[in-house]
Write a protein that binds this ligand. Structure first.
Ligand code: SF4
Ligand code: SF4
Length: 178
C-alpha cells in the first residue's frame, strides 16, 4: 500500500561496466565542480574585503563625547533599565570641581560596562538615553572573543576616542554633529 507519492522506486537492474567504474558519478561530480567554477563566488576575502552593512545594522556600542570632548553620559541608568538582556551595569559618581572638562553633567559614570555575551544588539539602550550618550555604531561589528573575561566592555573600550570620532548620526538627537 502506498501512503504518499514521495516513495522512490529503487533501480534493481544490474550495474553496467561504466557504472561499476563510477564513470557517470565522476562525470556528474566534475560537471558540478565546473559549473561552480564559473559562477560568481558568494564568499569574499574578509577582512580585506568587506560587505556593505544593512542600513538598519546595529553594531558595537560607543559612549559619545560632546564637541568639547566631555563624556555625555550622566549615569542616569535609563539604558540599563531599558535593556531587555540586563547587559548594562554602571556605577555613578559626582563630578569634582575641576573635572568640568571631562564630564558634561554633575553626575557621571565612574564605571560603565556592557556584557557582550548578553547583548542582543536591539538598540533599546540607544533609544532610552536622554543624553544622546550611547549609540550602536552602524559600521562596527563587536569583535570575536576567546575568553569569558574579554566579553565585558568597560569605559576603556566604549568611550569614544577624540582622534577617532564615531559617526552615529547623533545630529538627529541633538541637532549638532558631536
Ligand atoms: S543593544 Fe539591547 S541588549 Fe544590548 S545593551 Fe543595548 S539594550 Fe541591552
Ligand atoms: S548612556 Fe544615557 S541612558 Fe545610559 S546612563 Fe548614560 S546618560 Fe543614562
Amino acid at each position: 500500500m502506498q501512503l504518499t507519492n514521495r516513495a522512490k522506486k529503487t533501480n534493481k537492474n544490474p550495474m553496467t561496466i561504466a557504472e561499476r567504474l563510477y564513470l557517470p558519478a565522476l562525470a556528474g561530480g566534475l560537471g558540478t565542480t565546473i559549473k561552480h567554477f564559473f559562477k560568481k563566488k558568494p564568499t569574499i576575502q574578509y577582512p580585506e574585503q568587506k560587505r556593505e552593512f544593512s542600513p538598519v545594522f546595529r553594531g558595537l556600542h560607543v559612549l559619545k563625547r560632546d564637541d568639547q570632548g566631555r563624556e555625555r553620559c550622566t549615569a542616569c541608568g535609563l539604558c540599563a533599565v531599558a535593556c531587555p538582556a540586563e547587559a548594562i551595569t554602571m556605577i555613578a559618581g559626582e563630578r569634582e570641581p575641576g573635572q568640568e572638562h571631562l564630564y558634561r553633567e554633575e553626575k557621571y559614570a565612574v564605571e560603565y560596562e556592557v556584557n557582550m555575551l548578553r547583548c542582543i544588539f536591539c538598540g533599546l539602550c540607544e533609544e532610552a538615553c536622554p543624553k544622546a550618550a550611547i549609540f550602536l555604531q552602524p559600521d562596527k561589528i563587536a569583535p570575536a572573543f576567546f575568553e569569558r573575561d574579554q566579553v565585558i566592555f568597560g569605559k576603556d573600550r566604549l568611550v569614544e576616542k577624540m582622534d577617532d570620532r564615531a559617526s552615529v548620526g547623533i545630529e538627529k538627537y541633538t541637532g549638532v554633529k558631536s
